[in-house]
Design a protein around this ligand. Structure first.
Ligand code: 5AD
Length: 343
């Protein structure tokens, strides 16, 4: 298959070619999934990287139509972890072997540069063999620069959709795709290992908008790509929409591996929320990262991006070991090391 050969050789595809593959995915699924798994094994053998996810704030000034944490959701419970609470989660995870801490939150103006600089410096000085990943939304260049200088290693910022019109149907007027992409370019230029991504099956998404997403990933060459199915969230404008298609999500995971051979690709919480077999199936199409939630248990239910969110429940001791056993039983190797891109 000519397009698969192109992807194997790292040749670029056009938006039209991506759209053709997505439209006809049923014909290509098996071959593409097999090749994605081969490529992933070539670069990362059977390693599955673990990242400790700490949800540091559920406050958000934005009003994205899909997200349960949107500003106008008056029913959302809001919390913000203190520096001490964050450090406690980080310390506990370090003891359990984690060497990447992902600090994720809504766009909360109380999470200032000063707060983060202090926090990042403290984590990095205590744990020089660990990486700090931030996932805190859009900030200006000078903020990203300060966070990088403080020692942050990676930044996750999903682009959400690479189609202007689609973007405007998912977000209020105050947000723009151009600004989102500028943020990603800034992160790249500051040498953050950078992650982008999109939901699968968000309202108004089409094969063409997805093809544009793949094209964007091909252009940006991110180190990480996170995708998961859209899941309706109560008290949002999209609460009545259908969730995203699982087979399409797995196909796109394979496509992303084929586009970006060395990418770090998580099997996301959204996927695990909808599919109890997400780990088996995600690993089979080239996924190589798991991000268990290590936030304080009492806060978890309040970080409610969408309904019925699952978090691998690793805090309940024993389950984390179970997760590792499961990975091993599938012929993969749970890898707790820092797990940088391409290493
Ligand atoms: N369903 C699935 N994913 C969602 N996100 C936000 N809301 C939803 C939802 N309802 C994703 C977005 C965001 C990330 C933190 O979570 O892609 O970037």
């Amino acid at each position: 298959m000519e397009l698969l050969e192109k992807l194997k050789n790292n040749d670029k595809l056009s938006i039209q070619e991506f759209e053709y593959l997505i439209k006809n995915r049923n014909n290509f699924y098996d071959d593409f999934a097999n090749e994605a798994l081969k490529i992933r094994k070539h670069y990362y053998k059977t390693d599955v990287y673990f990242r400790a996810l700490v949800e540091i704030s559920s406050f958000c000034k934005n009003d994205c139509f899909y997200c349960g944490l949107r500003h106008s959701n008056k029913n959302a419970h809001r919390y913000r972890l203190s520096k001490e609470e964050i450090l406690q989660s980080v310390d506990g995870s370090y003891q359990r072997g984690f060497r990447t801490f992902v600090l994720q939150g809504g766009e909360d103006s109380e999470i200032t540069d000063e707060f983060l600089i202090d926090l990042i410096k403290e984590i990095k000085s205590k744990y020089s063999d660990a990486a700090v990943t931030l996932s805190l939304g859009e900030r200006d260049f000078s903020s990203y620069e300060k966070l990088k200088n403080a020692g942050a290693d990676r930044y996750l910022l999903r682009h959400e959709t690479n189609d202007e019109n689609h973007y405007s149907k998912l977000h209020p007027k105050s947000m723009s795709l151009d600004h989102r992409k500028d943020c990603l370019k800034n992160l790249k230029s500051l040498h953050f290992q950078t992650g982008c991504g999109m939901m699968v099956g968000s309202p108004f998404q089409t094969d063409l908008t997805l093809a544009k997403d793949l094209y964007f990933i091909q252009e940006l060459q991110p180190e990480m790509v996170g995708i998961g199915p859209f899941i309706p969230a109560d008290n949002t404008p999209f609460e009545k929409y259908e969730h995203g298609d699982l087979d399409l999500t797995y196909f796109l995971l394979a496509m992303i591996r084929l586009i970006d051979h060395k990418a770090l690709i998580p099997i996301t919480t959204a996927l695990s929320t909808l599919d109890k077999d997400s780990i088996v199936k995600g690993l089979a199409v080239g996924g190589n990262v798991l991000m268990p939630n290590v936030s304080p248990v009492e806060n978890r239910k309040n970080y409610s991006i969408y309904n019925d969110k699952k978090d691998f429940e690793i805090q309940i001791s024993g389950n984390f070991e179970k997760l590792k056993e499961k990975i091993e039983a599938l012929g993969f190797n749970p890898n707790m090391s820092i797990g940088n891109y391409g290493e």
